[in-house]
Design a protein around this ligand. Structure first.
Ligand code: ACO
Length: 338
């Protein structure tokens, strides 16, 4: 095996649909209110793709922007990893459609699924490929169009999610000092039932009855997932800091999965640190599943919240149940303009 290298993020990209759904819009569909959604989740509005649009179409500008911001040509991308639980099709992989449309002629391409932890799972795989020297430039896309699998009669789920895509290109650090310091991935499969789409996979043949029973829609046990999420975020931040002999003071910014503002507030409370340590954009987009962390990362970069040499943490959690964390010393990066 070749000597290990450090992987940095060279470029990022961002794409959300134009169409906004407000809490008041949802209150006209189900028994809820703007006040309940804002106070219980922190979400003010979210984006929704239009009929006729698709995850692939939404992803293309984000992927293209990440490659352009990395100052690379599409042919220089070696691998495309697409984290999503709402691919356009079961087969082919949406990553292959992106590979073709972008002109990444040399790239392998696959989809992977770890729900809201998907981007951190994908970025961990990417950084390993870069570290071993197998690949130089790996494009990781995190994207979901969850509104396509939401039951807009179910107030427990339909108020939480929105659509979006974020992307990042991982490449070897020139200085070999900056880059990914550590990764942690985990799962608690005993909680699999808490976030589930009961039908539409290969477990059951499709039937009219299943559709009538709304089994192709996402269901979530919010209470159980909330308990898991509030504990795991703090636990894994603590674990990774400890094994790297670091303290939270050495971390400039935490980019958490945006599921509920109260989950982020509870992590800030546990560490007795200001909320400014956490990047938050849930109010504008809701929970965009695999897109949530790269969307937040891109916006944090646009706002100048991350500089070279900063230690940052990406932390995800969600369906599976899965969780993941990536600790990065930020490297050379040209700030995106859009
Ligand atoms: N509007 C009004 N009332 C509502 C709504 C709504 N949209 N949704 C639920 N309620 C009601 C419930 O029915 C319940 O009523 P009851 O007491 O009469 O039964 C009441 O509000 C309180 O319900 P709780 O579940 O206790 O509400 P809570 O404060 O926990 O908030 C929420 C619910 C927002 C879903 C929260 O539990 C949560 O954010 N969970 C975690 C989500 C998460 O982490 N997701 C990440 C993974 S997602 C993925 O991987 C795809």
């Amino acid at each position: 095996m070749k000597a290990l290298r450090k992987a940095v993020i060279l470029g990022t990209g961002f794409s959300v649909p134009d169409k906004v759904i407000t809490n008041d819009d949802l209150a006209r569909m189900v028994d809820t209110s703007d006040e309940w959604i804002k106070t219980r989740t922190g979400i003010h509005e979210r984006r929704i793709i239009s009929d006729g649009d698709s995850l692939f179409q939404l992803s293309l500008p984000a992927a293209r922007q990440a490659v352009a911001n990395a100052r690379l040509a599409p042919e220089e991308i070696d691998l495309i990893i697409f984290a999503t639980f709402t691919p356009d099709y079961q087969v082919p992989a949406t990553a292959c459609m992106i590979q073709n449309a972008l002109g990444c002629t040399r790239a392998g391409a696959f989809d992977m699924q770890a729900a809201c932890s998907g981007f951190v799972y994908g970025s961990t795989i990417a950084s390993q490929f870069v570290a071993t020297g197998t690949y130089n430039n790996v494009l990781v896309i995190g994207g979901d169009v969850t509104t396509r699998i939401l039951d807009f009669n179910d107030r427990n789920s339909c108020v939480l999610f929105g659509d979006g895509v974020g992307a990042a290109v991982f490449a070897p650090a020139k200085d070999n000092e900056t880059g990914v310091i550590d990764n942690l991935l985990g799962a608690i499969g005993s909680g699999a039932e808490y976030i589930i789409i009961k039908n539409g996979g290969s477990m059951h043949r499709p039937t009219v009855e299943a559709i009538q029973n709304r089994e192709h829609y996402l269901t979530i046990n919010g209470k159980e997932v909330f308990k898991f999420s509030t504990k795991i975020v703090g636990d894994i931040i603590e674990e990774v800091l400890k094994r790297n002999n670091m303290t939270l003071d050495q971390i400039s910014l935490i980019v958490p999965h945006q599921a509920n503002i109260r989950i982020i507030e509870s992590a800030a409370k546990r560490f007795d640190c200001p909320m400014e340590k956490f990047y938050v954009n849930i109010q504008r987009y809701g929970n965009t599943v695999a897109a949530s962390i790269p969307l937040a990362l891109h916006e944090a970069l646009l706002e100048g919240r991350i500089s070279k040499g900063d230690n940052i943490i990406l932390v995800g959690f969600g369906g599976g149940l899965t969780y993941g964390l990536q600790l990065i010393k930020w490297g050379d990066y040209t700030k995106p303009t859009v």
